[in-house]
Write a protein that binds this ligand. Sequence first.
Ligand SMILES: [Zn+2]
Length: 224
Amino acid sequence: MIYTVHYSCGHDGDQDINGTPDEVIKKIKSLEKKGICKACYANKKRSEPLTLHIERFNKGTYTNYCEWLLLFFSGNTQAAREQIKAMGYQWGEMPSTRARDMFKKTDKKAWFKATRLEDLEIDLDEASVLAPQIQSLLTGIDLDIMEKHAPKNQDRIRRLKALHKPEAPDFFGGYTWNKKTYGRSIYMNGEKITLTTEQLDELDQYKKELAEYEEKARAIKDER
Ligand SMILES: [Zn+2]
């Protein structure tokens, strides 16, 4: 049921709360004490530095040393949203990791992706364009294993950098494209741009080159 809640930030908002009457009262009281409205939440996120978290992530196997990691962003992700998405992160509820189950300090929903320890250097190098703060829960043994993979990874990073990345059309205005066209239009930074026939051709060419580039990059990233 929808209840109007007076949040701790001083604003009112509608919130869907379910449960027994006692549970509902408890939830409302907790929201009034600690909760903040959607607008204040968004403002708070924007004021927090972009942070990339690295956690061990057991993908359900414990027979061999688990090299799976969970990477996720917190803080001001709004401005970097399209770039984060282009790096293969998805938005949604994160799978549980032991660290988060224990501390429950972060939000459940985030931009996240699973990666392997042996690929972490590549993911970090890719994310470095956003200059995020890094918060890592890796331990000594993880770092030892990373070091073992380092020579191969340095070679992969070097080859990734040597790939010719197609240059974005000028009409992107420096923003990241969400790879969608709406008729003759695209959206850049929330603004609709209607393209001329010439620009549409340019966009087609860029799409083709970008697809080729991404395929080559993926092949390098997927090397084992
Ligand atoms: Zn508020």
